[in-house]
Design a protein around this ligand. Sequence first.
Ligand SMILES: CC(=O)N[C@H]1[C@@H](OP(=O)(O)OP(=O)(O)OC[C@H]2O[C@@H](n3ccc(=O)[nH]c3=O)[C@H](O)[C@@H]2O)O[C@H](CO)[C@@H](O)[C@@H]1O
Ligand SMILES: C=C(OP(=O)(O)O)C(=O)O
Length: 448
Amino acid sequence: MEVHNLFSHFHSHDVPEEKLIIHGGKELSGHVTISGSKNSSLALLAATLCCNGISKFQNVPVSLSDIQKMILVLQSLGARFEYNRINGEMFVETNGVVSAEPDHVAVSEIRGGFFVLGPLLSRFGEAVVALPGGCDIGARPVDLYIRGLEALGGLVEIKCGKGRRLRGGSFYLDYPSVGATNTLMMAATLAHGVTKLSNVAQEPEVNDLAQFLIKCGAEIDGAGTSNLLITGKHKLYGCDEHAIMPDRIEAGTFAIAAAITRSCLSISPVVPSHLTSLLDKLKSAGCRITQTAHDTIHVSGICKENGIDRFKGTGIHIQTGPYPEFPTDLQPQMLAFLTTCNGQSVVRETVFEGRMGHVRELQKMGAKIQVYGNSATIYGGSNLCGSSGVLAHDLRGGASLVLAGLAASGTTEIDGVFHIDRGYEDLKGKLQSLGANVKRSSFNYYNI
Ligand SMILES: CC(=O)N[C@H]1[C@@H](OP(=O)(O)OP(=O)(O)OC[C@H]2O[C@@H](n3ccc(=O)[nH]c3=O)[C@H](O)[C@@H]2O)O[C@H](CO)[C@@H](O)[C@@H]1O
Ligand SMILES: C=C(OP(=O)(O)O)C(=O)O
């Protein structure tokens, strides 16, 4: 087997600034293959720190910059990675991890870097971890992580005395935070005794993490529900095989691409039930959705009669919330789509207080939107026009501009593409294969 150590050469600052240039107005068609989930992979890579031995993964989206940075975080602790480019298998070995202080810069550049805190504290009894980065979409405090770890015997400064084991405890999360749930679940798997976590996040990525930990020997009851009962073990062991779940946010973005360009796309692999809230809203807006295999959906935004757009799209209201509510990570893309529907829509963001940065960029493209706090009223039916100066402020805001650019007449140039590279593998290539006219302004090795 040909195995490469892919990651030793990666330096996060080597990447030149680039633009995405989109000549819009083209109908898309065909099939798009969805990568493994970014958020799931970040948590699962951190979880390898709970294990002895080697874990083998499939579908890790290795070309995402967030994943490459997460690999740097783990390498800085002594983890070893091998990746087989031919079959996409990744092996992670954490036996040689002796440090509980990951590279501060790498941790501070991504949200998922902080996920190592729980496993490190469990494994070593102490950890020194920088505060995390991630999208600038709100304050994003970590109080629940800290209070939860305190409930398991950690101290406020996230130390519990070298060599001392965390102990089981009970903790109610005031809000079902994904990151706090991941962190506490990982910490509890190695703690002494039983831990009860209530009101935990039920996002599918959290369940993917639980299933991985169970394969490694963890005892977790209630995975996929809002209450977890975790019996701590002395050791977990690397898992022979774990396929990362498909990225529901990438799949959702392509579903909205079909809608906004009034096209028909086949999308797989997906877990259709992960997309229920989005697909219901797309149906209300006039799209036709069919499931053609257990892991494949067809999304059709073609609703024309005698050449006239028959999208209903009137008065669609969307409110983001914890799973299974409408995902905040699809709000910007959906908002872009609603600007092209007839009638008035309201989008209310409840998860992050600063996630409307894309609105002013969409306004530059002719969208009529008014924002009051965290609610946006969209006066639909605008004909979007390409713009040479729109800026991706964050990952999903960037994706919303790409979608708007695909639907707009003329050319759109998007700056801040590095945000998009955090969460979409080869977005340009995938869109080109569907018939879109998209290019990047210069060469970038993410796309090799
Ligand atoms: C790497 C990763 O998995 N990122 C995802 C994760 O982010 P992340 O884990 O950061 O999101 P959380 O679920 O923790 O955040 C949700 C809300 O809870 C608040 N909060 C969170 C923790 C805390 O200690 N205190 C607190 O107040 C946050 O400020 C936010 O308002 O879930 C989000 C919500 O689905 C997604 O948008 C992100 O893509
Ligand atoms: C907010 C996101 O990511 P992160 O939590 O990594 O910043 C996202 O994926 O949309």
